[in-house]
Design a protein around this ligand. Structure first.
Ligand code: ADP
Ligand code: MG
Length: 327
């Protein structure tokens, strides 16, 4: 019951973007390398199709029951989470907030199943389905039974901006994934897979080319084999009149870390002339017990243990990257 209590606390599905985030993170947890997100915002309908590991019928039937997760086992594990999802609540909540249908087929099966779920998250209709290996989740009539929630949301155009930002943030942490995003049955945007962050970044900052960027990867032995990945823009080729582009991610998730963002900006501004703007993506892979994700419920902002230690590491990495840039 302790686990149940902890995981309920973080629950937030309050927008189209939040639905997209939950479904896409499930696809990534399932090892997908190809993800197609289709949105019909006027109909409050979203489909996420992936080529991940899929679910067999038994798993499909219980996927939306309460606290159903294949991802945690004890409350101690909550602090060691490396996969993105860990609450076992997203699909269940969606059965309360929308209609949910899942098609899925594991790679070692010849066919898949289509399951629709009742409001309580029980498998309602089950039929055989001919689909490619992977999973297709469809959420429709989102918030139909809570009109106040729909009314409280911004205009659809603005919500779609939030959807785009959400997908881009997630994609930045998963360069090997091929993303196709569709709106009202038309291609909206795509993000192509890349062999490195440096190769990926120009898709997000059009003025910057991979050749303008330096990538530094540092192994940090303390604590427990951490890794620091840094991509920085070559200062003397950075375009003027563009705002700072600074992003921070931890263990595969884009976050706000005001302390580290400040460290990055300060390190750049020590080196750069006033009229230049930094481009910097910092990705830290560190032991989960160094991070407290509960700065806010959506886990978009974190507290870091030993923050001054990490600020120092980041400082050194930036100096190294900037030395490489000017070499
Ligand atoms: P969580 O992700 O926290 O485990 P969810 O409610 O999001 O909880 O999903 C419940 C379970 O359904 C997951 O643990 C996983 O086993 C399965 N699942 C959901 N989406 C997918 C998917 N796209 N591919 C494979 N399995 C999935
Ligand atoms: Mg999940």
């Amino acid at each position: 019951t302790e686990v149940v209590y902890l995981i309920t606390a973080g629950e937030v599905i309050d927008s189209l973007a939040a639905v997209v985030r939950e479904l896409v993170e499930n696809s990534l947890d399932a090892g997908a390398t190809r993800i197609v997100v289709s949105l019909w915002p006027q109909q409050w309908r979203i489909t996420v199709a992936d080529n991940g590991c899929g679910m067999n019928l038994e798993d499909l039937e219980k996927a939306a029951t309460t606290h159903s997760t294949s991802k945690i086992y004890s409350s101690a594990d909550l602090w060691k989470i490396s996969s993105l999802g860990f609450r076992g609540e997203a699909l269940h909540s969606l059965t309360n907030l929308a209609s949910l249908e899942i098609l899925s087929r594991p790679a070692n099966e010849n066919f898949g199943w289509r399951v629709t779920y009742s409001e309580a998250g029980k498998a309602e209709r089950v039929e055989i389905a001919a689909i490619a290996p992977g999973t297709v989740v469809t959420v429709s009539n989102l918030f139909a039974n809570c009109p106040a929630r729909r009314q409280g949301l911004p205009a659809l155009a603005q919500q779609m901006k939030a959807v785009q930002a959400t997908i881009q943030q997630i994609a930045l942490c998963h360069p090997h994934v091929n993303w196709q995003i569709r709106q009202n049955d038309r291609e909206w945007f795509a993000i192509y897979p890349a062999t490195s962050l440096k190769q990926l970044l120009p898709q997000f900052i059009p003025q910057v080319k991979a050749a303008d960027l330096q990538e530094v990867k540092l192994a940090i032995p303390q604590p427990e084999n951490s890794e620091l990945l840094l991509v920085v823009g070559l200062p003397d080729r950075c375009h003027r009149h563009r705002p700072d582009w600074v992003r921070v991610a931890f263990n595969g998730r884009m976050v706000k870390s005001p302390e580290l963002e400040q460290t990055i900006l300060t390190a750049f501004h020590r080196t750069l002339p006033r009229d230049r703007y930094p481009v910097c993506l910092l990705h830290l892979l560190i032991a989960p017990d160094q991070i407290n994700w509960n700065r806010n419920p959506a886990k978009t902002e974190i507290y870091l243990n030993e923050v001054t230690y990490w600020q120092e590491q980041v400082n050194q990495a930036i100096e190294q990257a900037l030395r490489l840039s000017s070499a």
